[in-house]
Design a protein around this ligand. Structure first.
Ligand SMILES: [Cu+2]
Length: 378
């Protein structure tokens, strides 16, 4: 194991990142990772808490959150412990700025690599460079005096929408499962196994937004679910992706598909409509995903509805299935499922009219679409 040790606290540019010459004694008995500082030269024994943070498989920070006192001095030891060869960074931000900073990081595009995907943004209090697997960074942090929930996030393209956590500075922790400042996988604790289906991987995929998620289902099917557009983009069968260039470099290269997709969604065709089949396309916002036993479940907001969409293998028959759950739809829901010559859609409930499926709110609460094609095998 090679370890790169970086001491970046003072270089991070923010006053908050620096330890003042005289440190207040920090009470730290609450944390198991609390470590007394070695003997100090001063008359009083100074104690600085060390918080160990890991980047884990499945785009997670561990721990996903911790408490700190406003003004407290901390040492953050951040290690990339991801076994899937993914690079990550760590940015600590001012409250409420995560999405803005993530968006700006994505907008760096070709310049992102050189900057370690860290944009120039005044909300960034502290950050590490991009850490390769086993990479380690140690940061000094003086927790801001302003009480608040300070998000931390990895801004590697696509990661920022699911890979984040928070420091609770003077704010009590809510229940883990109900924490609005954490991604859903924080409470679930599922780790995507390397090479073991099913799993999902954030990579740059062809013909998708930079926030694409490559999904490997149990069996031989693979799919591209686009978190930027909140919809399934295409499916292919066989080996997963060749991301060797992606892993070897800094992740800015496109990954190659192992086979030609047997199905592709039309461009700019968001499938869901509410109220009427031809109503305007609802605004979609990705909320995160969790890995379940059979496949990933994506969560997003479409207009006023919250949608959960699970991509699943189709057992014993060619194709794949989408289990869609739309909570509390206020009126009829329409799913546009444009087929091509080789593709067929079926649904467990609802009424088809051509390629449009009409669902009552009750039916929309839980329905399963099957997508099959003459171009794939069971
Ligand atoms: Cu990351």
């Amino acid at each position: 194991m090679t370890t790169v040790s970086l001491f970046r606290g003072l270089a991070a540019g923010a006053a908050l990142a620096c330890l003042a010459p005289t440190l207040p004694a920090a009470e730290s008995a609450a944390s198991p990772s609390a470590q007394p500082k070695k003997k100090s030269a001063g008359p009083a024994l100074k104690r600085i808490r060390t918080i160990k943070l890991f980047m884990r498989d499945g785009l997670r920070f561990e721990p996903p959150r911790f408490e700190a006192k406003p003004g407290e001095d901390l040492v953050l030891e951040i290690e990339n412990g991801d076994t899937t060869d993914m690079a990550h960074n760590f940015l600590l931000l001012k409250p409420g700025t995560r999405e803005e900073v993530v968006t700006q990081a994505l907008a760096l595009a070709e310049k992102g690599t050189a900057q370690g995907w860290v944009p120039n943004h005044p909300a960034i209090l502290l950050h590490t460079p991009l850490l390769d697997v086993h990479g380690l960074a140690t940061l000094k942090l003086r927790v801001p005096e302003a009480v608040g929930v300070y998000p931390y996030v990895c801004t590697f393209p696509g990661h920022g929408m699911v890979m984040y956590g928070a420091i609770y500075a003077g704010v009590p922790l809510p229940k883990l499962a109900e924490d609005p400042n954490l991604p859903p996988n924080a409470a679930q604790g599922v780790i995507a196994g390397r090479g073991q289906r099913p799993f999902a991987q954030r990579v740059f995929l062809p013909d998708a937004s930079p926030a694409a998620i490559a999904v490997a289902l149990t069996g031989s099917q693979n799919a591209c679910w686009d978190a930027g557009e909140c919809r399934l983009r295409y499916a292919w069968q066989g080996a997963f992706i060749d991301a060797s260039e992606n892993w070897a470099g800094n992740g800015s290269k496109l990954s190659a598909l192992s086979a030609t997709p047997w199905w592709r969604a039309p461009k700019d065709a968001f499938p869901l409509r509410f109220g009427a089949a031809d109503s305007p396309r609802p605004a979609a916002k990705f909320l995160g995903y969790t890995m379940n036993t059979d496949g990933p479940e994506f969560r997003y907001r479409a207009g006023e509805a919250e949608v959960r969409e699970q991509v699943l293998p189709r057992r014993g028959a060619p194709g794949l299935t989408l289990r869609v759950r739309i909570a509390e739809a206020r009126g009829p829901v329409f799913y546009h499922a444009p087929a091509d010559a080789n593709t067929q859609w079926t649904s467990t409930v609802g009424k088809w009219s051509g390629t449009v499926l009409t669902l009552t709110p009750a039916e929309a609460a839980d329905f399963t679409l099957t997508l099959s094609s003459a171009l794939c095998t069971p």
